[in-house]
Design a protein around this ligand. Structure first.
Ligand code: SF4
Length: 290
């Protein structure tokens, strides 16, 4: 963990950075920060998005239904579901809702990839966004989504290149060969999971081995836009993975987490975004004229 940056994480009540945090920095960084400082409301739109994601996940595999009790149970469940998802990628050429872990200049980073599909022998990262059919897909609107898929692609690339390994994961998350609750362990047993795999360390090792062996990653990424009301796909955008552009954007984003600069509000030409922001005129008065 970075020394200078830990102050910012602490102030926001966080221990790691989410991929969506970085994506949101490219919409309005100040809004991202204020969401942590002043509370995130669970909006109707977010609930709809969650339902859609759950429905899509069910199409591919049935998630583990055992309720985790301890931290290790949670980590086990995630590793197990990821492993099943990666099996689906191998067998059916598609997987959904894959949690991905990594490190960004020493910061703990995690995210959840909506979908991966094998196209022409390569694994392609796809992100789904709910939107209104009337919404124009301008550069400003799609910028955070582009950042998000590129980051997922980078994290998967780091794992495949073993820049981020199972050892890193185990050290960072403190995974052990014990720590599962009795109920959880009993249910794993009832599901027929072998004793040697009924611990978070071994299950996460299986997950990482599956991650190391995913097909070559495609440099074409996709953001699919889904109508918020009908759930149908209305358009999609193909994006190139541009490593150089990524490093510039990441360096900019990290300056905030390092505490080298304050959060940036939107620029004047994008102040229309403030009309959709719950902090406008309250916690944030940058573009407020009263
Ligand atoms: S009011 Fe505008 S500048 Fe302020 S946080 Fe919201 S979107 Fe950003």
């Amino acid at each position: 963990m970075q020394v200078g940056g830990s102050g910012v994480l602490k102030k926001l009540g966080k221990s790691s950075i989410l991929v969506t945090d970085i994506a949101n920095q490219f919409w309005c960084e100040r809004q991202m920060e204020f969401n942590y400082l002043y509370g995130k409301k669970y909006t109707k739109y977010m609930a709809q998005g969650k339902q859609l994601h759950e429905a899509l996940q069910d199409e591919v595999y049935v998630p583990l239904t055992i309720e985790p009790v301890t931290y290790m149970d949670v980590m086990y469940k995630t590793a197990y579901e990821n492993y099943r998802s990666l099996l689906s990628l191998k067998e059916k050429g598609i997987c959904r809702e894959l949690r991905v872990y990594g490190s960004l200049n020493g910061y703990r980073l995690s995210g959840q990839i909506d979908e991966m599909k094998v196209v022409g022998g390569k694994a392609k990262v796809i992100e789904r966004k709910t939107t209104d059919a009337s919404r124009k897909l301008t550069e400003v609107y799609t910028r955070p989504h582009v950042m998000q898929v590129r980051l997922y692609r980078k994290m998967l690339g780091d794992i495949r290149a073993k820049k981020y390994t199972h050892d890193n994961f185990v050290n960072i998350y403190g995974l052990k060969k014990d720590g599962l609750s009795e109920t959880f362990r009993r249910e794993l047993h009832a599901m027929g999971i072998k004793d040697e795999l009924a611990n978070p360390y071994s299950m996460s090792e299986l997950m990482f081995n599956a991650l190391y062996s995913i097909p070559d990653l495609s440099d074409r990424l996709e953001v699919a836009y889904v109508d918020r009301f009908s759930g149908k796909q209305i358009s999609s955008m193909e994006i190139d993975y541009n490593e150089e552009k990524m490093s510039v954007d990441i360096a900019y984003a990290l300056k905030f987490w390092n505490g080298e600069r304050e959060s940036a509000p939107v620029v004047e030409s994008e102040k229309w975004k403030c009309n959709f922001c719950k902090f406008f005129g309250k916690e944030c008065k940058v573009w407020w004229t009263g």
